[in-house]
Each structure stands twice: as C-alpha cells, then as structure tokens.
Design a protein around this ligand. Structure first.
Ligand SMILES: Nc1ncnc2c1ncn2[C@@H]1O[C@H](COP(=O)(O)OP(=O)(O)OP(=O)(O)O)[C@@H](O)[C@H]1O
Ligand SMILES: [Mg+2]
Length: 347
C-alpha cells in the first residue's frame, strides 16, 4: 500500500458502507447506545474516524448527532458501549480528561462565557493548568511560567482568528459568528489532535462563513483530525473528505460526499424526517399533486369496477393513500428545520 498524498487519498480503498474500517483510525467506537426513556437517541454499532482528515457527520434533525458528540466527549453517559481514542479507552471519563487526551469539541449552541473577557475565555480552554492545583500554587515560579505560555498561545490564536483586537471585550459583546470563532480558538488552546465541531457554521453570516471554512481546512493542514456536524450540504461537499450519515441514532451510510448524497438510504432518511418537520412549499405542492393523482387513479378504477364513467359522489371518495399521509401530509407544527440531503436546509 503506497502512502497517501492527500487526505482524500486516505479513503481510496475504504468500502462505502456503514462502519467501514479506515486505514488509520484515530477514534473507534463500538456498540454505543443512549436511550432517553423509550427513545433510542444513539445506537451506533461501529464507527471509525480517519486520522488527518475532515469527516462530516450529517443526518436529519433528531438523528442523534449531538448526543453522539456528547457521549464521545464525556458530556453525557452511554448506557452501553466503548470507544478508543488513540490508545485511550474513553468511556466513563469526564470531559476534562478527554480534553487532556487530545479530543475537544465545540457546542451547537455556543458556550462562550459571556461575562468573561475574550482572553479569559481563551485561558479557560488551556488544559492542565498548574495554577489550578492547590499544591502547585505554592510554587508560583512554575505557575508564572505556565501562565506566560498560556497567554502567548492565546494571543497567537486570537491573531489567527482575527479576534486579537477584541481580547479585552466581554465575550457577550461579540457577534454570533465571532463567538463561533472564539469557541473554535478556545478549543485549540487544549492543543487537540481531534477537534469535534457541532454545527460550526450555524448562525454565522456569509462573510464569516468563508473564514470559518478556511479555519476548518487549516486544522487538517496542521495535522489535526476534524469531525464536524453540519446541515448545509454545500459546505459539507466543499470541505469534507468523508461523510458519515446518521438517522434515528444509527449510522446508515458512509462515503465520499457525492456518493453519500446520491445514496437512496440517505435520501429516504431525510424524506422520512419530514414526519415531524414543517413542509417546504415545493414539497407540500409535490405531496398534494401525489394525493390528487392517487385520488384520480382510485376514481378511475372505481368507475371501471362499477362499470360507469360518471364521477363518484364525495361520500365515495377514498381517504388519501398511506404513502401520502405518512410522508408528511399531516405534518405537525414542530419548529424543527426541514432539510434535504441535496440542498441547504430551509429554516
Ligand atoms: N436530554 C435529553 N432528554 C430527552 N431526549 C433527548 C435529550 N437529548 C436529546 N434527546 C432526543 O434525542 C434525539 C437525538 O437528539 P440530538 O440532539 O442528538 O439530534 P441531532 O442529530 O443533533 O439533531 P439536530 O440536527 O436538530 O441538532 C432527539 O429525538 C432528541 O429529542
Ligand atoms: Mg444537534
């Protein structure tokens, strides 16, 4: 086997199927299950994340992506399962230990501490701060040295993310997009090897989106592995080397972006998700046309059976077919977004 020259080549001989083994996985998860009452939010039999690549984790609303992130990073507890990151078994470990091992994540809803300054937020991202440990606080020269290193690293990252001019501002003063940048910069304070980003582009204006995309690519170019959740399929196709699709807690498809977008299983997963999501106008029109066509078909066959060609009375009208009603004609008023695998979400 020859050494791959780009991240894309890392996947050249990887089978396009759920749970596909990778050439050099940084993270391997097995039988990870999380239930909330009667709902199985996550039920991942096996998944591997390739080192040094950008992998997108996609799936309709409620597929279990955030819950899976929470489990892997110690912010929630799985009922069963284990996962190995590098040589560490992480199941049951608290988030700070997992971050120290080199796995950090950002949150779908940004968690910048709004009443702390940008710089203070950055410093909190540094793991293993000597000053946090009581006995080490008795050795101020050690503490001061580390303090300086942390500040220098924070300055470098703030400059890279173009937030250095905001270092003294409260994080609460930043725009939504700047907070996303701060969260990413803060995650890098831990000097991670695997960065997990939960919807890093959500709520970010188009001007900052390109810059965020650039930063995500930079992480890979600097040797980090990235696993990110995103609904915008243009962005997924733009930056991912590999895509993993979840639906109803399970991994249902894996492959390069174009192959996954064309996978009928993926299309079904997204269309199925319309049970609980408001319809787009186009989708509603399509479904109404389908119902209408079904009714006409039924009328024609009823007329044929009855041997007459007059239109049936309204009391003869059959109910809409199960296909039409189950595909969303009785859609609830859920506020969730409607998405399709082939296009941007429509919130
Ligand atoms: N703390 C909780 N208690 C009960 N149910 C939960 C909890 N957290 C998540 N769920 C449920 O688990 C399922 C998976 O949710 P999750 O947030 O992981 O989905 P997601 O794929 O991240 O969706 P989205 O794309 O909308 O962010 C959903 O049905 C959700 O309602
Ligand atoms: Mg989520």
């Amino acid at each position: 086997m020859t050494a791959p020259s780009t991240a894309h080549d890392l996947f050249a001989d990887v089978p396009r199927k759920p749970g596909a083994p990778k050439r050099d996985p940084i993270l391997v998860a097995d039988n990870v299950v999380r239930r909330f009452g009667g709902l199985t939010a996550v039920d991942v039999e096996h998944v591997e994340i390739q080192r040094g690549a950008i992998t997108a984790l996609i799936g309709p609303n409620g597929a279990g992506k955030t819950t899976f992130f929470n489990l892997l990073t110690g912010f929630d507890r799985a009922q069963t399962g284990k996962w190995a990151f590098e040589s560490h078994q992480l199941a049951g470990q608290p988030p700070y230990r997992i971050a120290r091992a080199g796995l950090v994540r950002t949150f779908q809803l940004t968690k910048a501490l709004t009443r702390l300054s940008v710089m203070e937020n950055m410093r909190l991202g540094a793991t293993d701060q000597l000053g946090e440990r009581a006995w080490r606080a008795l050795l101020p020269w050690l503490w001061n040295k580390q303090e300086k290193t942390v500040t220098e690293r924070a300055e470098q990252l703030l400059t890279r993310f173009k937030l250095d001019h905001m270092r003294g501002e409260y994080a609460g003063e930043l725009s939504g997009g700047q907070r996303k940048l701060l969260e990413m910069a803060r995650a890098l304070m831990a000097e991670p090897t695997l960065v997990m980003l939960d919807e890093p582009m959500a709520g970010v204006n188009p001007a900052l989106t390109q810059s965020l995309l650039g930063h995500v690519k930079d992480l890979r170019d600097m040797g980090m592995t990235v696993l990110f959740v995103e609904h915008d399929m243009d962005m997924v196709c733009d930056i991912s080397d590999w895509v993993i699709v979840m639906a109803q807690g399970r991994v249902v498809s894996e492959g390069p972006p174009d192959a996954v977008m064309a996978d009928p299983v993926v299309i079904d997963a997204y269309l199925g998700s319309h049970h609980d999501a408001p319809l787009t106008e186009a989708e509603e029109e399509r479904q109404l046309a389908e119902i209408e066509a079904d009714l006409i078909d039924d009328d024609v066959s009823a007329a044929t059976v009855n041997g007459d060609d007059s239109p049936p009375s309204s009391s003869d009208t059959p109910p809409p077919s199960g296909r039409a009603s189950s595909s969303g004609a009785e859609s609830s008023s859920s506020a969730d977004a409607t998405e399709t695998p082939a296009g941007k979400e429509t919130r």
